[in-house]
Design a protein around this ligand. Structure first.
Ligand code: PGA
Length: 262
């Protein structure tokens, strides 16, 4: 294993459409309380819009960052139901998910809308976490990297090398999300290494600062072996992030792998 990693794990908890305000506040407090013991990691909580302010308050003064699950690409206007980048920034967010597979599959997001949203996020001073990943049929047909290439080319179109220093890529094989089926470390690493090569081809050294995180049934039991892989820089965690023990356990195991390397 090469001692390539210069940074500890970046781990974001995507709470999806879960938790009341009181539950969100409680979970955020628990994670913030654990953060001092997780030094060297980057921690982000990604609650639903309704809990952003409460979670922001609960993690204020801690090392835990705040992210949103989506944004619209216009800054303001008559777009009922949408939330803009400047609004998220104002609510204390530093990050925003863009193009999560659930948004692509259930809400019609395309590489073009992903691109508009990624640009809008950057324009508002937010770091977009751009999600890519193949469905099972694509993997079985040997079309995984072709699919990822299309998502990267479309989703990142027009971004500069400098922009890429603020972008995070989340590789989430759709067949591994919420299914309990994790990609093996080798399967995930193969795609992460591919993404790294593509980013270097497109952006040169600008891509070096770009974290590539893995998502899909990550839990404390597989975090160590996944983070051991050279090009896996952290995780986007769904289900396991809804309990402090699960989320903190994932970070702790990744940190254990990181510390063995450095
Ligand atoms: P999961 O979700 O950890 O529940 O598989 C990951 C995600 O959708 O970001």
């Amino acid at each position: 294993m090469l001692a390539r990693k210069r940074r500890g794990p970046f781990v974001a908890g995507n709470w999806k459409m879960h938790l009341t305000l009181a539950e969100a506040r409680e979970l955020a407090r628990e994670v913030a309380a654990a953060a001092p013991g997780l030094g060297g990691s980057g921690l982000v909580l990604v609650p639903p819009f309704t809990s952003l302010a409460a979670v922001g308050d609960a993690v204020a003064g801690s090392a835990v960052g705040l992210g949103a699950q989506d944004l619209y690409w216009e800054d303001k206007g008559a777009f009922t139901g949408e939330v803009s980048g400047p609004m998220l920034k104002d609510a204390g967010c530093a990050y925003v998910l863009v193009g999560h597979s659930e948004r692509r599959r259930l809400f019609g997001e395309t590489d073009e809308t992903v691109n508009r949203k990624a640009r809008a996020a950057l324009r508002s001073g937010l770091s977009p976490v751009v999600c890519v990943g193949e469905v099972l049929e694509e993997r079985e047909a040997g079309r995984t990297t072709a699919r990822i290439d299309l998502q990267l080319a479309g989703g990142l179109a027009g971004l500069s090398g400098e922009d890429m220093g603020r972008v995070i890529i989340a590789y989430e094989p759709v067949w591994a999300i919420g299914t309990g089926k994790t990609a093996s470390p080798a399967q995930a690493e193969e795609v992460h290494a591919h993404i790294r090569r593509r980013l270097e081809e497109a952006y040169g050294k600008g891509a070096a600062g770009c974290a590539i995180i893995y998502g899909g049934s990550v839990k404390p039991a597989n975090s160590y072996s996944l983070f051991k892989e050279e090009n896996i820089d952290g995780f986007l965690v769904g289900g396991a992030s809804l309990e402090a023990d699960g989320f903190v356990g994932i970070v702790r195991e990744a940190l254990r792998a990181y510390r063995e390397e450095t």
